[in-house]
Design a protein around this ligand. Structure first.
Ligand SMILES: C[S@@+](CC[C@H](N)C(=O)[O-])C[C@H]1O[C@@H](n2cnc3c(N)ncnc32)[C@H](O)[C@@H]1O
Length: 334
């Protein structure tokens, strides 16, 4: 049945519960802090200078009212503002009304800045330990700038409602496309990588990304929800890429696009031993079969070879496929 309520309104009882949950000094301060991005209980206790049980109690109350959401990442729990509908929208309306020059709010913001700087330092230390290996791989394949400008061109400039970046790593795809997307979810199995992604995107000024630790075989996201899903340089790490593609296809909204970027077939066996690659690239036939089996229609394929000057041997393939449900509904006259 259609919801008879006008848009942007909510049941009276939810509104009262939301206002009660927000109507307290510390809780409003927490909402203002979460407007800048996800935070853990420890981050919040450091910023607010309050005990962990107190902060946890405030968070629990606001989560129960629907103002904020909690997501687990290994031993840590991250809190963020609820999505832009219902109580999440109410939280944003309240935050907009807070005077940014208020002394308490300004000092919270300074503390947040310090906490983030510490976090970024830890993340950067992890990244530096691996950077040398990644740079070596990079020198073997097509220039990243060329691949990225191709990705941008294929996606176009139009605003997107939602992006799901699978195996987000350092969040590079989110940095590349984030400015044109309203809702962004980045998923990665590695907590350390998510920490790097978080720090990178915070310094890029892209707010509100939902980072989720999870497995590409069992995605921690809603089905039928995303206008664009990207799997950039991840499938070659997996034993069963076709399963990950089927799972990704389920996350697409009707008519949504799945973009897969990975290596074309190669014989650099050492990547298996030194870089944990499971698959030495994918042929066009192989990838096309998987995309079609997942119920998608392939709308684009491109190969980008490395420049001769670098002597690289890895060609990067880009596939774009589309969910067919919108088209089928049109054909059926719906
Ligand atoms: C090369 S890196 C990052 C690529 C990233 N998409 C980019 O654009 O830079 C591959 C990422 O895939 C993640 N990964 C590998 N297997 C995964 C799995 N089964 N589920 C979720 N993430 C996975 C790794 O943790 C790593 O961060």
């Amino acid at each position: 049945m259609l919801d008879p309520r006008p848009a942007n309104t909510m049941p009276l009882a939810s509104l009262i519960a939301g206002l009660r949950a927000a109507g307290e000094d510390t809780r409003l301060r927490i909402l203002a802090l979460l407007d800048a991005g996800e935070l853990t209980v420890t981050d919040l206790t450091d910023i607010l200078g309050q005990s962990q049980p107190r902060v946890s109690r405030h968070l629990k109350l606001m989560a129960e009212a629907g103002l904020i959401e909690r997501s687990r990442e290994g031993a840590w729990a991250f809190f963020r503002l609820a999505d832009r509908t219902g109580l999440g929208q109410l939280a944003r309306v309240l935050i907009e009304r807070i005077d940014p020059h208020d002394a308490t709010i300004a000092s919270d913001r300074d503390r947040l800045h310090d906490v983030r700087a510490q976090r970024a330092e830890v993340a950067q230390a992890y990244f530096s330990r691996h950077a040398a290996e990644w740079d070596r791989i990079r020198s073997l394949h097509a220039a990243e700038a060329v691949v990225e400008s191709k990705i941008k061109a294929l996606i176009g400039d139009a605003p997107l409602a939602s992006l799901l970046d699978l195996g987000t790593g350092t969040g590079r795809m989110v940095s590349l496309l984030g400015a044109q997307v309203q809702r962004i979810v980045g998923v990665d199995a590695s907590h350390a990588m998510l920490a790097v992604a978080r720090a990178n995107l915070e310094s890029d000024g892209i707010k509100g990304v939902e980072w989720r630790q999870g497995d590409l075989y069992a995605l921690p996201v809603e089905r039928n929800a995303f206008e664009l899903v990207i799997i950039h340089q991840v499938l070659h790490f997996l034993d069963d890429p076709s399963r990950a593609i089927r799972e990704a296809a389920q996350a697409l909204a009707p008519g949504g696009r799945l973009m897969v970027i990975d290596f074309a077939p190669h014989d650099l066996e050492f990547l298996r031993e030194t870089q944990a690659h499971r698959r030495l690239g994918f042929s066009v036939g192989q990838m096309s079969d998987w995309l079609i089996e997942a119920g998608l229609e392939i709308i684009h394929h491109d190969d980008i070879a490395p420049p001769y000057t670098t002597g690289g041997e890895l060609t990067v393939s880009i596939f774009v496929a589309r969910d067919l449900r919108k088209q089928m509904a049109l054909k059926g006259g719906l």
